[in-house]
Design a protein around this ligand. Sequence first.
Ligand code: MOS
Length: 693
Amino acid sequence: MTFPSEPDAVGRDLPRRDGPVKVLGTAGYAGDAPLADAAYLHAVQATIARGRVTALDTTAAEALDGVVAVLTPATAERLASTEDRELAVLQDEEIAFRGQVVALVVADSSEVARHAAALVRVGYAPQAHDVELRADRDDLYAPEKVNPDFPADTSEGDVDAALAAAAVTVDETYTTAMYHNNPMEPHTTAALWDPAGDGFLTLWDSTQGVHPTRAVLAPLFGLDEARVRVVCPYVGGGFGSKGQPHVNVVLAAMAARAVPGRPVRIALTRQQMFALAGYRTPTVQRCRLGADRDGRLTALAVDVVEQTSRIKEFAEQTGVPARMMYAAANRRTTHRLAALDVPVPSWMRAPGECPGMFGPEVAMDELAERLGLDPVELRIRNEPAVEPGSGKPFSSRDLVGCLREGAARFDWARRDPRPGVRRRGDWLVGTGVAASTYPVNRMTKSTATIRREGGRYVAEIGAADLGTGTWTTLAQIAADALGVPVDRVEVRIGDTDHPVASVAGGSSGMTTWGSAVVEAARAFRAEHGAEPPDGAEASGAVGPADDRYAMHAFGAQFAEARVHIDTGEVRVARLLGVFAAGRIINPRTARSQFVGGMTMGLSMALHEQSVLDPRTGHVVNHDFADYHIAANADVDGIEAHWLPEHDPHVNAMGSKGIGEIGIVGTAAAVSNAVWHACGVRVRNLPITLDKVL
Ligand code: MOS
């Protein structure tokens, strides 16, 4: 199934349709849900990392003017399912991590709710906790699967023998830090329980997927999905942390049912987001490479150690990208987890690929150094003919094109390979490169409806726009699939009243929803012809992926780093990414995704790091004063380019997902540039000045 004719709207630089309402401040986010007389919620959090609550004194809180109720494990509703222990809030007195919710205040204003929460007295029976991830722990275990459904370990050939026989080897350990997703809009939910009939729950939630949120929430409350509606037309960012509902959604629903007929609102504070909304696990990656004198890889091994929580397993697939990047006859990857007394880790932009392309891509640079070979050339020499592991042909793979285009734009040919020899004033200057990749993911469940309404064409699907461009790009796809001008197409998304849509996650949105829209348009044209009457309607669903091919987007990241000779301050003067990511639906929204991802990668390289105090299990830098994120002044120049690529196998549009690839490989390129600048290999992120002095 492809477009009926050459695309006209797809590929055009159209402005965001949601731009004006966002700039005017009239876009209705979850916190703006127009609800009169809403009650406000504030969570009371545990101040120990493991143990039991032995006493909860709510007297002072309840005595405060404006407090409606205080929910505790003794008074809160029993959930119909407590299997997901992250979401089984206020169901018992056990404390599994510091910051866990132990009580919930419902009050007439957010200020009163917050003040009352501080008046709740909590007694604890603490137990010794353990929050320290180390690769030498003796309780590491192999998970059954890593996210979302990959084997934990893979092995082909004989890595140890190949390493022993290799002319040149690298054997180093790399680490990435704990990172917290920090979208501008905090996790926010409003809820209204209408007790009429059998009862009906409406949630206005800041989410990456209204239907997935409903699918998780309804059974927790023993409700049929038809009795729950989730509304979310706009999202102020998510980066994965709104891909699955967190405890704020459960608390909102619980409180709404405790005060039937009265709406409730909750917004996590920035500090609460550091315990309650997911995060990226720290990783330890031992990377071993073996190569012959010409730089052809003979062995590649990546052994990953990372953490999960004691109450719910999340295994980041950090070793997965190394399985398919380069040709090497002998390959091995492993994942081992420590289950700690920590909050539950989850998705953060490019789970797996983002941390998992740090170690191997710095190791490739170290290998190039030892071989005396250019790092761009080393990667080109190790291009696989088919996907390593599966043996499948790539639907398209243009890593080489990205490397060459980037090298040309970066003037790479004139690069002196020696480290530490270029100086500009008080700064040492260097350049580095790393590869980037992200899979083309397609979800199974998405349906779109197209209807003729008042001379326009309306495309409806419960999709999400996290700032990514969905409002605009789905209209472009629908217009071309219908063969009508794009200004005659209206898009409606972000509501479970629309046809079912998959999560905006895994960079799968356009592939999945776009395919459903194209199918709906095909059905619409077939059923209603060229002159459809008003009210004409048709639906279509996303079909299965073509599993004969290995489908991935690729990219090359180039960085110029400067290291101050006295202070060790590291600055990134220039970042340049070239991507081969299928057909680009809209260059404006696409560039924003690439540049946004690269900025987040720069942030990971130089700044971001959640500092967990082992004595308390507390992230001590849990706010924007101390958790550093690259700001305007940290970004000197970022360019994103892409190669013309139309992949006929991935979907009707020929497009690949682009929301996540920009963050992949960026930190490795920066670390490689820092080495080239000053001669110091920084294998442990972030690259702070103490590590280069
Ligand atoms: Mo992305 S972390 O899969 O929302």
